[in-house]
Write a protein of this length. Structure first.
Length: 36
């Protein structure tokens, strides 16, 4: 496995993790607004 492939894997998983984290925080924020 070369460095380019490893860097691509890290970038791909990192972007997926960021998108998941962003959507979860957005959902939690939306639920808090509805309760108020």
């Amino acid at each position: 496995m070369d460095t380019g492939a490893l860097a691509f894997l890290i970038f791909a998983w990192g972007s997926i993790f960021i998108m998941m984290y962003w959507s979860i925080t957005k959902l939690l924020h939306h639920e808090k607004q509805q309760k108020a």
